[in-house]
Design a protein around this ligand. Structure first.
Ligand code: ZN
Length: 156
C-alpha cells in the first residue's frame, strides 16, 4: 500500500501542517464511496444526490470546503466510456444489430451507469482530499485568488 512506511511526523497539505497525524487514504476513499463521512465513517456525506453536507452529523468534521469540482464527472466519463465502448464493439462483432437496437441498449446503460457512479466517485474524491489534508481539510482556510471579493468572508 502506498500510505505505509511513512513516518508520523511527515508534512501533509502545506508547510504549516507539520506533525499532522497520517490519515488512511484507503479508509477515507472507502467511506466516501459508501456515502459516509471520510473521518468517522458514520455520518452521511451527502444531503442530496451529489450535494455534500456542510458538516458531519456524527463527528462534526467540516465537509463544505472540499473542492471535488468536476473530477468525479471526469472519472465517471472515463470509466463508463471505456466499459460501454468495449461492450459496443463486442456487440458489433458478435451480433448484427441495427442502429436502433444499439441505441436502445447503450443509451440507457450509459445513463444508468453514469448516474449510479457519480455519487460514489464524488465521495471518493472528497475522501482523497480529506486524507491528504487538501484545501480546508487541513484546518487552513483558503483564499481564492480568482475571487478577491470573497477574501474577507473566507479568512476567519
Ligand atoms: Zn464524521
Amino acid at each position: 500500500m502506498a500510505d505505509q512506511g511513512v513516518s508520523a511526523g511527515q508534512v501533509y497539505g502545506s508547510e504549516s501542517g507539520t506533525g499532522r497525524p497520517q490519515r488512511s487514504l484507503m479508509d477515507a476513499v472507502k467511506r466516501g464511496i459508501r456515502g459516509r463521512c471520510p473521518h468517522c465513517g458514520e455520518g452521511k456525506l451527502f444531503r442530496a444526490y451529489t450535494k455534500t453536507v456542510d458538516q458531519c452529523d456524527a463527528c462534526g468534521e467540516e465537509i463544505f470546503h472540499h473542492r471535488a469540482d468536476d473530477l468525479p464527472a471526469y472519472l465517471v466519463i472515463t470509466v463508463v466510456g471505456h466499459i460501454v465502448l468495449t461492450l459496443f464493439l463486442a456487440a458489433e462483432i458478435w451480433f448484427s444489430w441495427t442502429s436502433w437496437q444499439h441505441l436502445s441498449v447503450w443509451v440507457p446503460i450509459t445513463l444508468l451507469m453514469s448516474l449510479a457512479m457519480l455519487q460514489p466517485a464524488k465521495g471518493a474524491v472528497v475522501g482523497i482530499q480529506w486524507a491528504n489534508y487538501m484545501h480546508g481539510f487541513g484546518g487552513n482556510h483558503e483564499e481564492l485568488d480568482t475571487h478577491p471579493e470573497l477574501s474577507d468572508s473566507v479568512v476567519k
